[in-house]
Design a protein around this ligand. Structure first.
Ligand SMILES: Nc1nc2c(ncn2[C@@H]2O[C@H](COP(=O)(O)OP(=O)(O)OP(=O)(O)O)[C@@H](O)[C@H]2O)c(=O)[nH]1
Ligand SMILES: [Mg+2]
Length: 466
């Protein structure tokens, strides 16, 4: 698997910061030093690495992130987003001609995968876009090349147009296009000859085909095993031919994958497809976002941050965090937190993103039924009571009224008030506590706040109950 080693190393470095409630510039510097090394080892071009590291640092050091909730997780997301940006941000799809047929031409060095990918792409687009493709065999230097394309055509049940090896490629393409019109093929894919090195004769031939066929797509196949040399090949081809994209082949091999991360940034040629095996269905559209996720393998963290960003207003979150720390936290804030949690979906894993809770309460269990109960009880409080939790302390009359109004029994209301107070004071304490202190506290059996100690249950993680 390409990227395996890169992926492992990046994850190892990033896992160190995930879930962290606070990050310093030094932490980010240390992390980025390691990230830089991992990228260079994966054969990513040094210019690309340099720019990548600069961008990530700049964004990660931003006050907005350092001061936000779950800064560690947000840094992971910055890394993901920048990886994606390196690879072109958006998926780049093939473009068809309004006039039929659309013409695609594949070119590239010897053995890069042109002939195979003519078949793969034809079959892919027949399936996804209901195209009716015709393949043109324009590699006249090896008789075997034509046979290879014909065999692929037979396997896929796609017609191959060929005129042998005794005519010029321009003639073959001209006749092939006429044939496609006659047969109502709306997509023509031209297979061309490869060379060991780029030479003028090859380039001239390709230019001839371009002037005859006016291709809508000129796709360069690049063997991903080439590593950094790929950049030179693309640049040279692109000087002579207006490339519309490239196909990165053999990504299933033991390539380190660096080319995938360097091509777009250095050549501005988008990667449109990736070849992931010898079989004719082993072709994928290239999606920068999915590739970034595949490399990083930390979709969990990234999607938390995205969900949290979507459902929590950042200024509101900062205000909430300050209220918590200053002890002004009331039932309104609490209810707001619960609503955020609900909006975010899955509960337990998202606790760490709630402002003020940080990663410290990650291991607390709270089930969704509890939430509904709590919401009921708080909704039956008067606005004054919600704003000022003190009013409920030692006030049986108010609690009875709330119990009647919410349909929850008196003990439950009592429980909520008690736990709320405990939690509030514990959170205040914790906000000044380091992660180590907290671990020590949990290990020593003191437990986490608002936790009912039950022997043998939850392995010391505690249940968050009201
Ligand atoms: N593993 C793997 N092998 C591939 C892939 N694409 C092509 N190949 C293999 O690579 C070899 C060369 O592929 P071709 O399609 O013949 O390459 P070409 O560019 O047409 O080669 P020439 O016509 O000789 O220039 C074949 O054995 C293919 O099966 C891929 O994505 N993964
Ligand atoms: Mg070939």
């Amino acid at each position: 698997m390409p990227f395996e080693s890169l992926s492992e190393k990046l994850q190892m470095n990033l896992r160190r910061v995930t879930g962290r409630g606070s990050l310093t510039e030094n932490d980010i510097d240390d992390m980025m030093r390691e990230v830089r090394l991992s990228l260079l080892e994966a054969d990513v071009n040094y210019k690309v690495v340099k720019s990548f590291v600069r961008e990530v640092k700049e964004k990660a050091m931003g006050q907005k992130i350092l001061k936000s909730f779950a800064p560690g997780d947000q840094v992971v997301k910055v890394v993901r987003d920048e990886l994606k940006a390196l690879m072109g941000d958006e998926t780049s799809y093939v473009k068809y001609n309004a006039k039929s047929p659309s013409v695609f031409m594949l070119c590239g060095l010897q053995g890069a995968g042109k002939t195979t990918h003519c078949g793969k792409i034809a079959s892919y687009l027949r399936k996804t876009d209901k195209k009716s493709p015709l393949l043109i065999a324009a590699d006249i230097y090896r008789p075997a090349a034509i046979e290879q394309l014909v065999t692929i055509g037979k396997q896929l049940n796609i017609e191959v147009f060929q005129m042998g090896t005794d005519v010029t490629v321009s003639e073959i393409v001209t006749e092939g296009l006429k044939y496609a019109k006659k047969m109502n093929n709306d997509l023509v894919i031209i297979d061309t000859a490869g060379r060991l090195h780029i030479d003028d004769k090859l380039m001239q031939e390709l230019t001839d085909i371009v002037s005859v066929a006016h291709p809508d797509e000129i796709l360069l196949t690049i063997d991903s095993m080439m590593g950094q040399d790929a950049i030179n090949v693309i640049t040279t081809f692109n000087e002579k031919l207006p490339l519309t994209g490239c196909i990165l082949t053999k990504l299933d091999g033991d390539t380190r994958g660096g080319a995938a991360l360097s091509i777009r940034y250095l050549t501005n040629v988008p990667i449109k497809f990736i070849g992931v095996g010898e079989k004719l269905d082993q072709l994928e559209l290239f999606h920068p976002d999915r590739m970034a996720d595949r490399i990083l393998g930390m979709g969990d963290v990234v999607s938390f941050v995205e969900k949290a960003e979507a459902s929590i207003d950042e200024d509101e979150a900062t205000r909430m965090s300050e209220r918590l720390q200053s002890g002004k936290f009331n039932y309104n804030d609490f209810l707001k937190q619960l609503k955020w949690i609900k909006k975010m979906g899955s509960l337990k894993s998202l606790m760490s993103l709630i402002p003020g809770m940080g990663s410290k309460l990650k291991n607390i269990d709270m089930d969704d039924k509890q939430l509904v109960k709590i919401e009921c009880i708080i909704s039956s409080m008067t606005p004054q009571e919600r704003k000022n939790p003190e009013l409920l302390k030692k006030n049986m009359k108010r609690r009875t009224r709330i119990s009647n109004g919410s349909g929850r029994n008196y003990t439950e209301v009592n429980g909520l008030v008690k736990r709320f107070d405990e939690m509030k004071s514990q959170m205040q304490k914790m906000s000044g506590m380091s992660e180590q202190d907290l671990t020590r506290q949990v290990k020593s059996g003191q437990g986490l706040p608002a936790r009912k100690q039950k022997k043998g249950k939850g392995k010391g993680k505690g249940n968050f109950r009201f």
